[in-house]
Design a protein around this ligand. Structure first.
Ligand SMILES: *[C@@H]1O[C@H](CO)[C@@H](O)[C@H](O)[C@H]1NC(C)=O
Ligand SMILES: *[C@@H]1O[C@H](CO)[C@@H](O)[C@H](O)[C@H]1NC(C)=O
Ligand SMILES: *[C@@H]1O[C@H](CO)[C@@H](O)[C@H](O)[C@H]1NC(C)=O
Ligand SMILES: *[C@@H]1O[C@H](CO)[C@@H](O)[C@H](O)[C@H]1NC(C)=O
Length: 179
């Protein structure tokens, strides 16, 4: 009985494969993508008013002290067009930063809400990165709105480590399905 059942399951599986290979589901493989690249700047404020990063866990954790495994900061940073604080705001970068065993290494996860000419939506991303390297990649996992179905990565570069108002450059290298 088991063997008969197994055979018929295999037959169903094989006929499903035939349907797939006959191109019956071809729209998925015909999906059209476009490469999109743009640059903007993340502005943080460590001082009141309107602090953008807070430490939420870690016995002796401070924003600028030596990190230890498990320290967690939550951020709701401002995204602007340029490295100048006077430039126009284009969105927010919201998420959390976790310190790892090696004090140079961090885990980060965030969602960026962005509105620029022709695009409006969110981009989700996460990474393990070496903060002392001053530049790193963050993998993009998904998006919403104009960024729905986003793939690709961010190239992140530290512009200024000002102890009160650090600025970080984001270069988005995205692959977007044409909607
Ligand atoms: C701080 O945030 C408040 C509330 O969102 C806003 O009204 C105020 O303009 C902000 N202050 C500065 C200095 O940006
Ligand atoms: C936090 O600091 C106190 C006082 O310096 C120290 O006794 C304690 O071991 C520190 N805890 C951690 C997790 O580093
Ligand atoms: C940036 O501009 C805001 C007003 O948009 C101001 O409240 C804030 O103090 C400025 N920050 C710096 C670092 O100049
Ligand atoms: C982190 O980056 C620094 C500076 O580039 C480098 O010296 C160090 O070896 C890196 N650490 C790891 C674990 O990759």
């Amino acid at each position: 009985m088991d063997r008969t059942h197994g055979t018929s399951t295999l037959a169903v599986f094989l006929s499903a494969l035939c349907i797939l290979s006959s191109g019956w589901l071809s729209p998925a493989s015909a999906m059209d993508f476009k490469a999109v690249k743009f640059t903007y700047y993340l502005h943080d404020s460590f001082v009141p008013p309107n602090v953008t990063v807070v430490v939420v866990a870690g016995a002796n954790a401070t924003l600028t002290g030596v990190p230890t495994l498990g320290d967690i900061s939550v951020f709701d940073s401002i995204l602007k067009e340029t490295a100048s604080n006077a430039s126009a705001q284009i969105g927010h970068s919201s998420g959390e930063l976790v310190s790892l065993s090696d004090p140079a290494q961090n885990f980060i996860t965030f969602v960026q809400e962005i509105t620029i000419l022709g695009y409006s939506g969110t981009i989700s991303a996460s990474a393990r990165f070496n903060f002392t390297a001053l530049s790193w990649e963050v993998g993009v996992s998904s998006g919403t709105g104009s960024f729905r179905g986003a793939m690709g990565y961010f190239r992140v570069t530290i512009v200024s480590l000002d102890p009160s108002f650090p600025v970080i450059k984001y270069e988005a290298n995205l692959i977007l399905p044409r909607h």
